[in-house]
Design a protein around this ligand. Structure first.
Ligand SMILES: C[S@@+](CC[C@H](N)C(=O)[O-])C[C@H]1O[C@@H](n2cnc3c(N)ncnc32)[C@H](O)[C@@H]1O
Length: 337
């Protein structure tokens, strides 16, 4: 689903916007009809949601952001040497395709260290935020071609001029927001997009002591709670819903059985909520499951990647194994068992 691209509004973009709004309504109604109720985490991210995510990243407790950002310069220096030996003279240009680009803060260590990057395609579902982030990056790197693609990265992608060798970049452990089957589908689609021999640099959060995980998703200032509730604000504003945010509470915990943080919005009382012409009943204590954040041991993640025909070429671990960054290469001939 492509939502929109260029700054100007055209009739075809209006039609795309209508389609995006239609699928938002459809997904919300379908998700709230489930038992237990659920909403897809991609709907956190409108302009306000992206800003709130940046506010989360500014918190000391949110280690995944800081630890990955600190690891990236040494990863990028290694990658620069790797691509100098790996790329032949005729394939000396690298096109980077970043999935879930957000504020594009993690691309700068790569651009500062790898000199053969000719083009960046930044993909994100949060259109206004993406366009602003790309404009800012163009100002910083005037020689770099930057394309903004406001699109759902779980859908097949058509890339414009991505350079002769393709390096996907998927930081932030965003893959952890996908269930196992969704993660496999994403990796398979990325293989099609990046092509045989293409690379994927992917940041993945690791399993670790539960108190660290708990702190990261339950900050004292309530920023994560605001982010979580933004999904209800969007439903109210864009779909004419009547959620009363005072009567829902943020709830996040580590689910050992599934190896994931779960985020929920818990109803503080029995209540009815209306969206379009539908009514949804919430019992006191009932929750909407809004996000998973799966944590992987590096070997578990390498197994998952192999099942989608991705070979692990390099692995970098942050101190105390708090976070992992892997360089994968797509090889359709890899034994996926
Ligand atoms: C956890 S944030 C990570 C942001 C940034 N990459 C980082 O590492 O700090 C996830 C990002 O992916 C985007 N996103 C989430 N689901 C998406 C989807 N299905 N398609 C495209 N972008 C998505 C969000 O808008 C957000 O910018």
């Amino acid at each position: 689903m492509t939502i929109a691209l260029a700054p100007q509004d055209t009739p075809s973009q209006d039609a795309q916007h209508a389609t995006a709004e239609g699928s938002f309504l459809h997904d919300v109604i379908a998700g709230l009809a489930l038992q237990p109720k659920e909403l897809a985490p991609k709907y956190f991210y409108d302009e306000r949601g992206s800003q709130l995510f940046d506010n989360i990243c500014a918190l000391d407790e949110y280690y995944p952001y800081h630890v990955e950002l600190e690891l990236l310069p040494s990863v990028a220096a290694d990658l620069s040497r790797f691509f100098h030996t790996e790329l032949s003279a005729k394939e000396s240009e690298l096109g980077i395709i970043e999935f879930g680009a957000g504020s594009l803060r993690k691309i700068t260590p790569l651009l500062d260290n790898i000199d053969c990057v000719s083009h960046l395609t930044a993909i994100d579902i949060s259109k206004e935020h993406l366009l602003n982030s790309c404009n800012e990056l163009r100002r910083q790197y005037s020689g770099l071609k930057v394309t903004a693609q406001a699109q759902d990265f779980t859908q097949p992608l058509n890339l414009e001029d991505p350079g002769s060798t393709r390096l996907g970049f998927f930081p932030g452990s965003t893959i952890g927001n996908l269930h196992r089957k969704q993660a496999l589908d994403f990796l398979r689609n990325a293989g099609q997009t990046l092509g045989a021999g293409g690379y994927l640099l992917i940041g993945v959060d690791t399993k670790k002591p539960e108190y660290l995980l708990h702190q990261a998703y339950n900050d004292d200032r309530g920023v994560t709670a605001q982010f979580n509730k933004n999904i209800l604000t969007r439903i109210n504003r864009e779909l004419g819903g009547d959620f009363d945010l005072m009567h829902f509470a943020h709830h996040a915990f580590y689910n050992h059985d599934y190896g994931r943080i779960e985020m929920h919005l818990r109803s503080l009382r029995a209540q009815r909520v209306h969206i379009a012409d539908r009514e949804f009943y919430f019992a006191k204590g009932e929750s909407i499951h809004t996000e998973n954040s799966y944590k992987y041991h590096p070997s578990e993640f390498a197994d998952l990647a192999r099942q989608a025909h991705w070979q692990t070429r390099r692995l970098w671990l942050a101190p105390d194994d708090l976070f992992a960054i892997s360089l994968l290469q797509f090889n359709p001939a890899v034994d996926a068992r």
